[in-house]
Design a protein around this ligand. Structure first.
Ligand SMILES: [Zn+2]
Ligand SMILES: [Zn+2]
Length: 518
């Protein structure tokens, strides 16, 4: 059954779909008496349809070769598959689709031409335009591969049908990408708000790029990162929607079968391969590619319960970690716990610590762009400066732009802010101060490597200042959380334990300030 294995996840290759005119194919020796076939008339089309069956246990990727002759102006693909009833609790059929051109399907290679996951049932590619998710460009002669990704196969198996239509004729004018600039009109070194995880119709979102940019502006953001699943096709349209007031950063959500990671700040048009599992040990290679290109590697929603969404490739190659994804839910609590444990490890080993990020992952109405987002201290509102601030952990996470916050640690005549380190004598008093606004009746928590050491409630106005004293010997780091009240209006149960959930939803979360003993 297994005919071929890529360097990444297991794949099989099916029999090719042929389009080449028979007579011209036979004339290759130059001595044939068969007259060469007339080239197909411009605008004429040829359609081939294939069908097949995949059993439970199918390879992650099923390659369907398509022999594309010369003179093709457009390739169009439609597909469908059956969805037999399955018992509750059993995954039903679900099959992704995408395509690679004549440059091949090698892992990390050049042939990628688009991916629409399970979001679309058809796509088209020509030199001038392509369906969102796909890359316009020449329809070159040679072997293309339609790639099916059967990521859920019902016990009955999956019956699929794929229809390929080639339209002949001269290629149209070349598509001209409109990439966004790497700079907006900033305020110099300042705190900038931005959502680092957003989807559009270029993957499985229902929002147009124009709607996402408008949503970012409405949310009071200074920057946003475009992270459609597995494709860079949106990069080429953001130039139209960026402006002096909104920095748009190009990225990708690299959607593997063992978790998703954000590639933030990719050079426009650079694609990162995602066709591997944790066991294929390819994540480090592609994380390295992103980093060499100046981008950041950020594992996303590590405890999302959806199939293939839990993060299994570790954090050693991560520049930051998305601990808060969309409206606050229990999987975010788990992510914060993992992140907090890693802070302790970083203190112990002296290795680099992993900053936290929070992003909306908004796809469609009613998901709110900017809920949550990062507030980043950057030298200016440019792509490299914002990425540097995130990588350094000079950031905190806000539920919305209505929440304001300032967090500092002062001792021995020195002061340090979020992401920084304060060096103080072993028992010198260190004052931790949080100024916060926009969280009515919220609960402020100060958390160190020992856990929650201080809790205080905010008034109805939602504005307040909380100060607490510690020392560098008592706390290796201090970070702050601001929680909404519990559903019953109470402030949460502090550092107690019991059968009920302990906390209301997060309103703001800071990266830590580290305390080093002088
Ligand atoms: Zn995801
Ligand atoms: Zn996402």
């Amino acid at each position: 059954m297994l005919l071929g294995v890529t360097a990444g996840a297991a794949a099989i290759t099916l029999a090719p779909i042929l389009f080449a005119p028979v007579s011209s194919a036979r004339a290759a020796d130059g001595a044939s008496a068969v007259p060469p076939a007339q080239p197909p008339a411009p605008g004429s089309t040829v359609t081939r349809t294939v069908s097949g069956h995949l059993d439970t246990g199918a390879a992650d990727f099923v390659h369907l070769p398509v022999e594309v002759p010369k003179g093709v102006r457009q390739i169009a693909v439609q597909y469908s598959y059956d969805k037999p009833a399955v018992p509750a609790g059993t995954p039903a059929n679900s099959c992704d689709i995408g395509v690679f051109d004549q440059r091949g399907t090698a892992l990390g290679g050049k042939g990628f031409r688009g991916w629409s996951g399970g979001f679309r049932t058809s796509f088209e590619i020509s030199n001038s335009e392509a369906t969102p998710g796909y890359l316009p460009g020449p329809v070159g002669a040679g072997t293309w591969h339609i790639v099916l990704g059967p990521y859920q196969v019902a016990p009955q198996g999956l019956d699929y049908q794929v229809q390929v239509t080639l339209t002949f004729g001269a290629p149209g004018p070349a598509f001209v990408p409109n990439y966004p600039p790497q700079r907006a009109k900033g305020r110099g070194r300042a705190w900038y708000r931005g959502d680092g995880h957003l989807h559009t119709v270029h993957s499985d979102g229902r929002r147009l790029p124009a709607e996402v940019a408008a949503g970012a502006r409405a949310a009071g953001l200074d920057f946003m990162v475009s992270t459609d699943h597995n494709t860079t096709s949106s990069h080429a349209v953001w130039g139209e929607y960026a402006g002096p007031d909104l920095l748009i950063v190009t990225g990708e959500e690299v959607t593997t079968r063992n978790g998703h990671w954000l590639a933030l700040g990719l050079p426009a048009g650079e694609w990162i391969d995602w066709r591997y599992r944790s066991r294929d040990n390819a994540f480090a290679r592609f994380a390295g590619q992103v980093r060499r290109s100046g981008g950041l590697v950020v594992p996303a929603h590590p405890y999302c319960p959806y199939i293939a969404c839990q993060w299994k490739s570790g954090y050693d190659d991560a520049d930051a970690m998305e601990v808060w994804n969309g409206p606050w839910t229990y999987d975010d609590e788990s992510a914060v716990d993992t992140w907090d444990a890693r802070l302790g490890e970083a203190v112990r080993t002296g290795r680099r610590w992993t900053p936290a990020m929070g992003n909306s992952d908004a796809h469609s109405v009613p998901q709110v762009i900017g809920l949550p987002h990062n507030v980043v201290l950057a030298d200016d509102l440019t792509t490299p400066d914002v990425l540097a601030g995130i990588k350094a952990g000079r950031s905190w996470i806000a539920e919305s732009s209505a929440v304001g916050l300032d967090f500092t640690v002062t001792g021995g005549g020195r002061q340090a802010g979020i992401g920084g380190t304060l060096t103080a004598a072993v028992d010198a008093p260190v004052d931790v101060r949080l100024d916060v606004s926009g969280v009515p009746r919220g609960t402020v928590r100060f958390i160190t490597d020992e856990g929650q050491l201080h809790q205080e409630s905010l008034p109805d106005s939602g504005t307040g200042t909380v100060v607490w004293r510690t020392t560098a010997s008592l706390a290796a780091y201090v970070r702050a959380e601001v929680r909404h009240p519990m559903a019953d209006g109470t402030p949460g149960q502090g550092n107690t334990m019991g059968p009920a959930l302990v906390w209301g939803p997060m309103a703001a979360l800071t990266n830590p300030v580290f305390l080093r003993i002088a």
